[in-house]
Design a protein around this ligand. Structure first.
Ligand code: CA
Length: 364
């Protein structure tokens, strides 16, 4: 059905949007044996339960189900975290070929149950150079963290690093904490990764000062800012998790956007994530979801104490408002200056039909 929708979409908007073939192998998890899922690598550990599910699925006969081993207790989870420093969840990875400096569009479906704060679902995209070495950075796309979320559409676009030749998609269930007898589970299905040729910018752009609104941190004067004022979050004074929550924007038209955050840090030596940039959409009634995000490591900054631009892309289809946010992880002083939003394409009604985040039951 999705193919058909895409085909119709391509017919309607052939001049502006072009897709290519799906780069993810076994993207609907239809192929595999009992302990093997064709095209996917995952830890063969007794601690986790990773399998194809023939009961809960969005498309075809199977989905991918990620969880901890049946009967895992909160104490057992602590033990796992204690003995295996690498253990922060359950994941499966697939490899694909990419070209550098190109746009790709990832779509798919995910469903969750028993998620609590400290557990979440995440799709990580990592890249290697031709010589096999890893490229720093990568992209993290975080899905909703709500407790029980029925099949929800995954939709994101990203740009590959210039030297990338191979990409890796890792589907995560990140587990830091569980409740007794309530094992968190995530199902993924019907993934698609396609090269995407974005349209030219429309010329419309918006600049938001970061200093408008925040929790933790303060407004401070900064001569390096074009506006003269920035939001500053300080190590040892503010609590990790402090964030700026930009203005709630109700008049941004549906479209494809490029968003750039201007940031600086006091110390760029840490390999740890120092900030998480994200864009959230609300439907004005009860649901909030994320449409774009970027994890930033200390080492992603070329120099300390110097502003640097960080850019990601998103599609804004439905929703009544959106908000630009930045969460601080507490490793070094962080200054947040402006957030600049550039419209690459304004959606037509036909485009919205293609891109809209729709519940699966409505899609069928
Ligand atoms: Ca499937």
């Amino acid at each position: 059905m999705k193919r058909l929708l895409l085909a119709v979409g391509m017919f309607l908007s052939i001049n502006s949007l072009v897709w290519s073939e799906n780069l993810i192998s076994n993207s609907g998890f239809e192929f595999g044996e009992e302990k093997e899922i064709k095209g996917w690598n995952f830890p063969k550990s007794e601690a986790v339960r990773i399998e194809r599910d023939s009961v809960v699925k969005a498309e075809g006969k199977y989905s991918l189900r990620l969880s901890l081993a049946e009967g895992t207790t909160p104490e057992r989870l602590e033990e796992l975290k204690g003995t295996s420093p690498w253990f922060w969840g359950v994941n499966a990875t697939s490899e694909f070929y990419v070209k550098g400096n190109r746009f790709y569009r990832l779509t798919g479906w995910a469903k969750t149950t028993n998620l609590i704060p400290s557990t979440h679902t995440k799709i990580q995209l990592s890249f290697k150079k031709d010589d096999g070495s890893w490229i720093k950075g990568g992209k993290g796309y975080w899905l909703s963290t709500e407790e029980n979320k029925d099949w929800t559409r995954i939709e994101t676009i990203f740009k590959t690093p210039a030297e990338a030749t191979r990409g890796y998609i890792t589907l995560w269930l990140v587990v830091n904490r569980i409740e007794k007898d309530k094992l968190p589970v995530v199902w993924y299905d019907d993934l698609s990764l396609e090269e995407f040729i974005p349209p030219f910018p429309t010329g419309k752009s918006w600049v938001y000062p970061a200093y408008q609104k925040g929790q933790g941190g303060d407004i401070t004067d900064d001569k390096d800012s074009p506006l003269g004022k920035v939001w500053k979050i300080r190590l040892g004074i503010d609590k990790p998790g402090a964030k700026i929550s930009g203005a709630v924007i109700t008049d941004q038209p549906p479209g494809i956007y490029e968003v750039t955050y201007r940031l600086k840090v006091a110390d760029n030596s840490t390999e740890d994530f120092v900030a998480f940039l994200h864009t959230k959409v609300s439907d004005g009634i009860f649901d909030v979801w994320q449409i774009g995000s970027l994890d930033i490591k200390g080492t992603d900054f070329k120099e300390p104490n110097k502003y640097q631009d960080f850019t990601f892309y998103f599609l804004y289809g439905t929703g009544t408002s959106l908000q630009y946010l930045c969460t601080w992880y507490g490793y070094t002083d962080l200054w947040i200056d402006t957030i600049t939003v550039k419209q690459l394409k304004a959606f037509t009604d036909e485009d919205i039909l293609d891109y809209i985040t729709i519940p699966l039951e409505k899609k069928k």
